[in-house]
Design a protein around this ligand. Structure first.
Ligand SMILES: Nc1ncnc2c1ncn2[C@@H]1O[C@H](COP(=O)(O)OP(=O)(O)OP(=O)(O)O)[C@@H](O)[C@H]1O
Length: 494
């Protein structure tokens, strides 16, 4: 960062502080006066987290200015990562820049940007902990070195996906709502993280530019600036298009497994960057992809597209549609998988119910068998009360079924003799007797009107016929009746 840019950057930070209308959330030099974030004040007063709220699980790795750890939030077991940074050796202005940067990072909320959640300051050991989303898919630097080692190239579709998702992440930063662009300034494969589904999570936003700026950390920075744009080499100010150049370098490296410009020393590298000459990406990749990457690596800033220019490119739009289709079909297959699971469970329950139904029916059949045997042994008349539930259950429409069960409970109810022979003299005699009794009883106009009486008689006759039909069915086979409607009835009863 040169002198002009430095003062421009500091004045930008000042503006951000003023426009966002809040004091420093964090006072690294003294007491932490404001314990509530700007959001917290507006919505609900939520105190910041404390070290006690988290449990460190493992160290992920160490960078130029701190250590990154995988942590678990105690209250709900959620997994996060935090970056521990010692601010003890920073100057006051560096600390203020760091604080502004952290506050700014909290505003960046996008599905392709590593989410920053909170910060904890431990004054006893001058350490700031920046709590962020944990990315379990690793980073692109690791992926590239693994492919190089194994001698395998990445799928073209994966490279397009990286291109589109990185562009969307940068769009969020370059087109901030308050009109102020946030530049990454340190785009490199190690800062592009992946989630479990291999989606981009742009990370290390902004912190790098604070900490690489002439601080004690800068002295320990040993990375080679393969991704530095020609304008930076020429000491011109960093702008949105410089992020685009770095993205072009990374995409080139994803295809070729090495950066577009390599050299054994800085001045040679600078020359190559400014010449802007590089070999085509391996021939296995399409000319569409080759052309798009070449466009991002145009030396002249005005010829290099910005984010909107990239998103307008027909080739990219085609790939974006393809990616969206793929994502939605994988979402659909996920949801159909889960509905399949429901279907399987439903079938299992159904099978279980059928099994129970079968057991119950077998029990009823056994009872009926016994009944038949008893009937054969005793002759044509049996004691209905001894038939029990088997007959009662099978005679849903049986006008006597309720009497049967009542009869069982009520010892005063006289036992009735019923013949299984539908046309048996006993049954016919009883039926005729009941009908004539009813006709006599209800034909009196003063008791009920005649329509009602007729209806009642009809109903009684109908029920009587139904009962006899059922008895006949039982008699013919004893076992030979349709189990299906019965099983339905039994199911309802459960
Ligand atoms: N949010 C995160 N989720 C998972 N791993 C992370 C996360 N942030 C950083 N890491 C990993 O932690 C390690 C240390 O990261 P850190 O950013 O501190 O340093 P670096 O990027 O390796 O180096 P430098 O500081 O020079 O940029 C790296 O392996 C990195 O991939």
């Amino acid at each position: 960062m040169n002198g002009t840019e430095d003062s421009e950057y500091k004045s930008n930070i000042k503006k951000v502080k003023m426009t966002q209308d809040f004091k420093f959330d964090v006072d690294l030099s003294g007491e932490d006066h404001n314990r509530y974030s700007r959001h917290s004040v507006k919505h609900q007063k939520m105190p910041y987290s404390t070290l006690d709220d988290f449990e460190p699980l493992s160290t992920i790795g160490s960078g130029s200015y701190g250590t990154c750890k995988k942590i678990r939030r105690k209250k709900d077991g959620k997994i996060y990562a935090w970056k521990e940074m010692d601010y003890g050796s920073m100057t006051e202005s560096e600390k203020q820049m760091l604080v502004s940067e952290v506050n700014l990072l909290r505003e960046l909320k996008h599905k392709h940007i590593v989410r920053y959640y909170d910060r904890i300051i431990d004054r006893s050991n001058t350490t700031i902990y920046i709590i962020m989303e944990f990315c379990d898919g690793g980073d692109l630097a690791t992926l590239i070195s693994r492919c190089r080692k194994d001698g395998i190239y990445m799928e073209e579709q994966f490279v397009w996906k990286m291109l589109i998702q990185m562009t969307l992440a940068l769009q969020e930063c370059h087109r901030r709502k308050n009109g102020k662009a946030v530049l990454h300034r340190d785009l490199k494969p190690a800062n592009i993280f992946l989630d479990i589904d291999k989606n981009v999570k742009l990370g290390d936003f902004g912190l790098a530019r604070v900490l690489h700026h002439e601080t004690s950390f800068a002295k320990t920075y040993v990375g080679t600036p393969y991704y530095m744009s020609p304008e930076l080499v020429n000491n011109m100010s960093y702008n949105e298009k410089s992020d685009i150049w770095s993205m072009g370098c990374m995409l080139y490296e994803l295809c070729s497994l090495h950066p577009p410009f390599t050299a054994s020393n800085q001045s040679e590298l600078n020359k190559k960057i400014c010449m802007g000459e590089f070999n085509r990406i391996p021939i296995r990749y399409s000319s569409d992809l080759n052309e798009v990457i070449a466009k991002l690596l145009r030396v002249e800033v005005h010829r290099r597209p910005g984010i909107e220019g990239i998103l307008r490119d027909q080739r990219i739009q085609r790939q974006q549609q393809l990616l969206e289709r793929q994502l939605s079909s994988s979402r659909e297959s996920e949801s159909s998988k889960s509905s399949d699971d429901i279907g399987v469970r439903e079938k299992r329950v159904e099978a279980k119910e059928k099994e129970l139904e079968k057991i119950e029916l077998e029990e009823k059949l056994k009872k009926l068998d016994q009944l038949m045997k008893e009937y054969k042994r005793k002759g044509s008349c049996i004691d209905v009360n001894s038939a029990g539930d088997a007959v009662a259950d099978l005679s849903i429409d049986n006008p006597h079924s309720s009497c049967l069960s009542k009869g069982k409970k009520d010892p005063d109810t006289p036992k009735k003799k019923v013949s299984f022979d539908m046309y048996g003299k006993e049954n016919l005699r009883q039926r005729d007797q009941r009908v004539s009794e009813l006709l006599t009883k209800y034909s009196e106009p003063e008791t009920y009107d005649s329509l009602y009486t007729q209806e009642l008689v009809k109903r009684h006759e109908l029920k009587d016929r139904l009962f006899k039909a059922k008895l006949k069915a039982l008699e013919i086979r004893g076992l030979d009746y349709d189990v299906r409607p019965k099983s339905k009835n039994l199911l309802h009863f459960r």
